[in-house]
Design a protein around this ligand. Structure first.
Ligand code: CA
Length: 228
């Protein structure tokens, strides 16, 4: 788990970093708002610990950027501002938790654990809604899809198959897996049928269907979806 720690007080930053590392978290620590934004824009984090009073950009301003681009990233505010209106402002701005300074490191660790656990459960439950890859967008709620901003028509089965592939992105799925998931146990079309559907999906979604970038064939095994 990677944690971004944004805190300008050097002593506190060191103490938190050390304690988190002892718990086997990977910690990237920065001391001002601009460096914070630069970090989470360019690297992946599982959680952010955010001070509010910071040089260059305040914690609340950072939260604004976060809520637009990384709404799912859990944030714990740590702040010397400890009135209830400060807490409400922080939580309303998208923070998930708020810890007033001074605090026990133990309490911070417990709150981090709880938040990461909750986030893990949320990620598991989250239904696919809108997915983007290459020049394509698929909205699984409205069953609409576009390539290069132009509407494309995907059949119900095609949508099911691409959804299954996306849900297992970066994994190899066999034709049998797809059959089981999309057709269930009742009807068993031949695996050749899957290949036909895949060919059609590539025609719709790939820039060059003959050299697919997203729906890859894994020889002798099945298919693998890549979103980059
Ligand atoms: Ca501060």
């Amino acid at each position: 788990m990677r944690i971004l720690l944004v805190e300008d007080e050097k002593a506190l930053r060191k103490v938190i970093q050390l304690n988190l590392e002892l718990e086997n978290y990977e910690v990237i620590a920065v001391e001002d708002g601009e460096m914070a934004i630069q970090k989470f824009e360019s690297e992946h984090f599982d959680l952010i610990i955010l001070d509010l009073m910071l040089p260059k950009l305040s914690g609340l301003e950072i939260l604004k950027t976060l809520s637009v681009k990384h709404a799912n990233l859990p944030v714990i505010i740590i702040s010397a501002k400890d009135t209830s209106s400060d807490r409400i402002k922080g939580l309303k701005s998208g923070a998930d938790d708020y810890l007033s300074k001074p605090f026990e490191i133990e309490e911070l660790l417990i709150r981090i654990q709880n938040l990461l656990k909750r986030q893990g459960e949320k990620n598991n439950q989250q239904e696919l809604e809108i997915v983007r890859f290459g020049n394509c967008m698929i909205n699984f709620k409205t069953f609409e899809a576009t390539k290069n901003e132009t509407k494309i028509e995907l059949s119900q089965k095609e949508l099911h198959i691409i959804k299954y592939l996306i849900q297992h992105k970066n994994e190899v799925v066999s034709r049998h897996d797809i059959l089981k998931s999309v057709w269930g146990y009742d009807v068993f079309p031949s695996t050749r049928t899957i290949d036909n559907f895949i060919a059609s999906l590539r025609k719709h979604l790939e820039e060059d269907p003959k050299q697919p970038k997203h729906i890859k064939s894994i020889h002798g095994v099945g298919y693998k979806f890549l979103d980059h």
